[in-house]
Design a protein around this ligand. Structure first.
Ligand code: ARG
Length: 477
């Protein structure tokens, strides 16, 4: 706000009569500048903006709108601007509103007349749409890569714990024994869908709006195929109005970020549970724990809690963008300038979340004994008993369920595990039961039997680990 813009041209009497004008001693032009400027946010688009201008000017030279000498000067000037921004010496100005005008003004200051020709057959509307698409495309691809890294960490952990028995839960009540490797691979599957959504979104947004100009296209014989390909797009967008007003690509990406954050929050929550002394299934090292300022015994899983909480920030960014876009008439409206702060916040948070999740998964130490002990509690093999009654004695499942339930009731009353009951105690409920049943009541026997496709058996887990290792390796190449 300190830099005064020559906005006096807008500082007319009508402006001063605004109800909020009186509070601002500098008058409406100052607040106008403050609300209008986006440079503090959109300076992050400088690389994309320069790439767009390089492609545009090269194309203008190709069609004869710029001379070879002019385009050479423009490219030199843009190179110098990039160097200044990298070095932190670029004179960013709020008065020049946004990254597009900051760069263009600097180009004119550096190279003079040729710089004034750059904006031919272009508008800030197609410029910002192009810059932002480039940024979101790279953010989506970056998120997909970060997801792969997290998947890789989970697959490594699954490989180590293919046979580690843990309680499987429904309603967070002990349900049936599963393997920890199987549990890890569940997240690998979820993350694969999140990753796929990012890649789909990146593919769908891969059309170039540059050349749509303000909203109607241009009378210059521009080559939009050329600029599209120079910027790595598949093709130019086909409708100029849509080109400058579409932001669904960002909504799709931020929506996918929200879903990914939800996936991460569930795993983060499990880390919080597993590392609590009540579960004792896992521990985080000092690198991923924090202490309490008052309770010396505490080891807090703050990174997991924050990753869990950042769904809030990420979903808020997505919601912001939805609300900004809702009901906007075609084509460009300044409302759309609000797209960037929201989207940047989403991807900054998601990057942190994914990195923290990967770090924690690599860091976790698993207490297999505690998992196994918990897996045996709560009569988790009662279903295995019922299955045995069906398979061996030919009981209908509903009847077997009753018998198994009655046996669990006896075990509960005696405070014994199922396999600690005597054969006679079991036969008091169902006289046909034989000693064979005891081969099926341990947690190991239970998980080993879950060999149906997609089931929790260690051998299934190993097969899935192999499949994932091959898939992930293919991605690195
Ligand atoms: N800073 C603007 C934005 O981010 C650039 C486009 C401005 N276009 C306009 N017609 N005022 O949306």
């Amino acid at each position: 706000m300190s830099e005064k813009h020559d906005a006096s041209e807008n500082n007319d009497d009508a402006g001063k009569n605004q109800i909020w004008g009186g509070r601002f001693q500098d008058g409406p032009s100052a607040i106008m500048e403050a609300i209008n400027a986006s440079i503090d946010v959109d300076k992050r688009l400088w690389r994309e903006d320069i790439a767009g201008s390089l492609a545009h000017s090269t194309m203008l030279a190709r069609i004869g709108v710029l001379s070879a000498d002019e385009v050479a000067k423009i490219h030199d000037g843009l190179g110098q601007i990039a160097a200044e921004i990298e070095a932190g010496t670029f004179p960013f100005s709020t008065a020049l509103e946004d990254i597009h005008m900051n760069i263009e003004a600097r180009l004119i200051a550096l190279i003079g007349a040729p710089g004034e020709r750059l904006h031919t057959a272009r508008s800030r509307n197609d410029q910002v749409a192009t810059d932002f698409r480039l940024w979101v495309r790279s953010a989506a691809n970056g998120a997909a890569e970060a997801i792969s890294a997290l998947q890789n960490a989970l697959v490594q952990l699954a490989a180590k714990h293919a046979g580690t028995v843990m309680p499987g839960y429904t309603h967070l009540q002990t349900a049936q024994p599963v393997t920890f490797g199987h549990h890890c691979l569940a997240y690998v599957e979820m993350l694969e869908r999140d990753r796929g959504r990012f890649l789909d979104a990146a593919a769908r947004m891969n059309e170039c709006p540059l050349g749509a100009a303000a909203l109607a296209g241009t009378s210059f014989p521009i080559d939009r195929e050329m600029t599209a390909h120079a910027l790595g797009f598949d093709r130019p967008t086909a409708n100029s109005l849509d080109s400058v007003s579409a932001r669904d690509f960002a909504l799709e990406a931020t929506g996918t970020a929200s879903l990914t954050a939800v996936t991460c929050s569930r795993l983060a929550e499990e880390i919080v549970l597993w590392t609590s002394p009540h579960f004792g299934f896992a521990a985080l090292s000092d690198a991923f724990s924090t202490g309490s300022s008052i309770m010396p015994q505490k080891r807090n899983p703050d990174a997991a809690e924050l990753a869990r909480a950042m769904v809030g920030r990420i979903n808020a960014g997505h919601q912001t963008l939805l609300v900004v876009m809702k009901g906007l008439p075609l084509a460009y409206s300044k409302d759309m300038q609000e797209d960037k702060a929201a989207t940047f916040a989403v991807f900054d948070a998601l990057e942190l979340v994914l990195a923290a999740m990967t770090g924690m998964i690599k860091d976790l130490t698993i207490n297999a004994d505690a998992m196994r002990e918990a897996a045996g509690n709560g009569y988790s093999t009662a279903t295995d008993l019922a299955d045995w009654l069906v398979r061996v004695l030919g009981l209908p499942f509903r009847r077997a369920h009753h018998v198994s339930g009655a046996i669990v009731a006896i075990a509960e009353e005696k405070n014994l595990a199922l396999d600690a009951l005597t054969l006679e105690e079991m036969q008091s409920v169902e006289p046909q039961i034989t000693n064979d049943v005891f081969n099926f009541l341990s947690v190991d026997a239970s998980v080993a039997s879950r060999t149906s496709y997609g089931g929790a058996a260690p051998k299934n887990v190993l097969a899935q680990v192999d499949r994932w290792l091959a898939t992930l390796k293919g991605r690195d190449q």
